[in-house]
Design a protein around this ligand. Sequence first.
Ligand code: MN
Length: 764
Amino acid sequence: MAYSRRTPRQMQAATDSVAVAPASPAPARAKTMRSPRTGMMRQYDLVERVRSYNPDTNEDLLNRAYVYAMKAHGTQTRASGDPYFSHPLEVAAILTDLKLDDATIVAALLHDTIEDTEATRAEIDHIFGHEIGALVEGLTKLKRLELVSREAKQAENLRKLLLAIADDVRVLLIKLADRLHNMRTLEFVPPASRRRIAEETLDIYAPLAGRMGMQEMREELEDLAFHTLDPEAHAVVMQQLDALTDRNRNLIGEIESQLSRNLQNNGMAAHVSGRRKKPFSIWTKMERKSIGFEQLSDIFGFRIVLDSVEACYRALGVVHTTWPVVPGRFKDYISTPKQNDYRSIHTTVIGPGNQRVELQIRTEEMDRIAEFGIAAHAFYKDNVGSPTERLKRESNAFAWLRRTIGILSESANPEEFLEHTKLELFHDQVFCFTPKGKLIALPRKANVIDFAYAVHTDVGNSAVGCKINGKFAPLSSELQNGDEVEVLTSKAQAAPPSAWEALAVTGKARAAIRRATRTAVRDQYAGLGRRIVERLFIRAKIEYADDKLKGALPRLARSSIEDVMASVGRGEIKASDVARAMYPDYKEERIGRFGAKKNLATKLKSPPDAARSTSAIPIRGINSDLPVKFAPNGGAVPGDRIVGIVSPGEGITIYPIQSPALKDFEEEPERWLDVRWDVDDTTPQRFPARIRVDNVNEPGSLAQIATVIAEHDGNIDNIHMSRQSPDFTELTIDLEVYDLKHLSAIIAQLRAKAVVARVERVNG
Ligand code: MN
């Protein structure tokens, strides 16, 4: 079947309506969404359309927008050869079918002006006000994003953005109308793009319309896309549908008139209409269930629209007493509305000719919401009722919108959205642009630092300032959806400030900052190391030369001179080691620099040989003069992941990685040393650990605890007691254990004791 842009009615006749004459005039439902247009709509027509549902419309505003958009698009033409302006005009017309407010209609007229003409946001703000300016800008961002995603295959992001940007749902409504008009006029577009646009419609826009409760919009988008993507299948389904409709013509009329008659006899004014499934949904069902057309039982359905909820239930009673009910098909969404506010009674009966007949019973209001969803609910301007009532309706509308967004964001809600699983709402993300229009997706709360690193590590490292949407802003500014971010960089900045690490939200930025900071710190250490080495050489009156050191690199197990110098600066190797590597005859002058070294060694009961002091604590990654000790409150035992913290003039303190004390050093990454244990199962050494035990105050309880520890080969160094309450004493016990396994075993044994209420390890 061929349909043309100018004869959508043909298409409608072929796809939509069942040949059933309505028993009563159709309810005031927009039918013009698909009405044919012969030539371009006039300015007056548009104003009339709006006035028909909104008598208070600002005609002057509409007229100005009409003229402005027409002039802005000037002589531009569409692929069809029509003036470009016909497009925004049709989009606006579609939105009048949804009875939307003036701002939406005006924004629809202007929706392509910023992107495609000389018009600017500032000018639109100036002429039409900020509200309309913001709507048009929202659409401009979406369009720009579309262009980008097309090239970059970022369709996934586009899908997310569509919903993330929904702080004004009217932007999405205009976007959907825009897409609908483009789909209706798709035949003029070259075949390759035609296919892509249809796929995008099926993947993104149709499900979006569905999720926003706009079933009529969804169905039309789906069918237009289906027709483009698989014309043969579309034609086959259509043929079958037509044939079936022909065969059942009498039956359908019969059912319809029986229903109407029965309801009328019971004093109910009902509008009964037959409806057949759309080709696309039939096709999907055939595909999904791998069944043939003949096996589909629910191609026809009937809708009974009444004037009150009470009438709905009475109608249900009439239906159920007239025909046998098909069990298991009754659903009352009036008393229990669906989450998206869909309300209706569903039931299936065995009607005339033994046909299963699906019925939906609802009020006009429910019908409107079922068809137009968010548009019907949120922005229906009918000026009915008092201002208070209108206000109430409006706040209900926003509650509905919030709820809808809530539903959209729930990924798993199989009953509601089984068919629309492709679309998800990503409210945890923000989407921003580079000045060249590249899309950058970031987690919520991300700032410009994250953005800069997402663009490129070099951009992040050299970032010194930024502009957001053309205005200077701090780098720590939290980004909003659609922000255009320009990062200002400077070559003078060798490394980012280490404080950025705490500001950044994304792992990528934090890692990059840490790396860059480390490199910068390494450079500093290398500079320091070089001075130390040079000083030693001067003192020892020997000659230093880079070339000579180069030859000695293997002996120092370093790959570059820089490496050697940084290691010296960090204290990992001694300057005298460097001298010895270069001049094997070199004799080190012995200078005791760290008095504390001896004390520490004694404490650890290792041989008091200063030269071997660092091996008293069996840790790799340290090879220097600096004394090594454990964190004072709790220590670390093999099995703990550990880090060394360098304290100038004091030495290196080993902390377990979980130690809360490490927080104090977060701002100084240059003090952190990567260290590892140098022990195995045979190492006989013990290590300090601290535990806290809450024990019940009863005679002998302390002895029990000491016994457990002793029986499990733990050494108690010290016990500190403090009474917390009459019943409990808190014990802080310093132990010596072999490793983490040993410590855990002791803790487990303690926990098994009745006198012990709680045991916890204390991390220094
Ligand atoms: Mn457009």
